[in-house]
Design a protein around this ligand. Sequence first.
Ligand SMILES: Nc1ncnc2c1ncn2[C@@H]1O[C@H](COP(=O)(O)OP(=O)(O)OP(=O)(O)O)[C@@H](O)[C@H]1O
Ligand SMILES: [Mg+2]
Length: 385
Amino acid sequence: MLNPFNPKYPIRPEFFANRQNELERFRRDLRRTADSKLPENIAVLGDWGVGKSSLAYKFMDIAAKSNVKALSSGFGVPRTVKDVGEFCYLLLYKLNQDLITSKGISSRLKDELLSWRTDQLKLGPFTMQRNEKETPKIPITQLHSGLIDMWASLHREGVEAVVLVVDDLHHLLQAVKGGILDVRSIFQDLPRYNCNYQLVITGYKGLFSEIREMAEPMGRFFNTYEIKEFNKNEAKELINTPIHAAGLDIKVTEDASDFVYEKTKGNPYFVSFFMQMLVEERKKGVIDIQFIKDRVSKIMSELEREKFEKDIGIASEFERRVLKKMMSKQEIVRLKDLCGKKDKTKVAKALNRLVEKNLVIKVNRGEYKLYHPLFKEYLSSGRFK
Ligand SMILES: Nc1ncnc2c1ncn2[C@@H]1O[C@H](COP(=O)(O)OP(=O)(O)OP(=O)(O)O)[C@@H](O)[C@H]1O
Ligand SMILES: [Mg+2]
């Protein structure tokens, strides 16, 4: 049985649910990109686990199926990225790789792309695994010329646009503050060379707004698609669409899906986590509210092992103390309720780090909340020391 739910990976495009507005907007932006030869770059922004990567990869699928002659490529910026040079290498390497393996390209184009990579990235078709542990670095000017070189080959084949997904761009920002601005300047310059790379980046909500010098240039460069957790009806879709698309003989009753919604508050990561286990155990037949209630404690202990214990594992002793304090308060907590006069700076710093680690969400200036009620439930469970 193919279980369509797996919270560890972006959803496969064929099981994708909801986000009709964003999909429509993307179709329009892709069309504009192809028609005007000026890329409509897109920033998909949202909180942890809300479905940013899934949406970006769905865009690649839409591009492949549209009547625009578009190719696509995607990569996730690793948490370990250290500088812009590494980022440039990864981007070019992955783009070249994805273009080479795209469906339906001519053997001439494939050969050109292969020889480009041998020349420029020093990666021959028969090169053994690199010995170096470190990702190679290339200067940003080489990213610029590399993108132009590859476009020349693509253009000869009549390619109108390349959708280029850069997932988790915030990792670059955490490594080098101005890095994104450098990348932006490269992409902004490319239309002058008739290149049509449409950038789709994903990142956390505050990606551009947190650094003042960045907000304005980034806001102009990207069309922002801000996405949120699903509402009750959308959560139903999120549960039923993958089941139908995978051809499973499973029916989820209304009150059962409402129950999943209440527990998860429509966060797709958690919905997916619940559904993966429920589908695995049901296989065939009806999932009703009793079926779920009988398994909630099992699901919660899996969640603890797979998610919450890892969450806590990355928090320092002091940050854990802050989390504990937050747990005993209202959903939204003010900084001043968490500290005294003496430790205000220390607590504020810890909160910032907890936000970076996705354990706390900054709601407003000086106002915070734990990232999800299920996490709060875990912290209150007594199993968290
Ligand atoms: N539109 C959707 N349709 C079906 N499932 C979805 C959808 N969006 C997200 N999901 C499910 O929710 C899970 C989390 O989504 P995803 O990884 O895309 O979120 P994210 O915002 O990129 O998370 P992170 O902040 O960790 O990068 C995925 O594993 C996927 O199963
Ligand atoms: Mg993601």
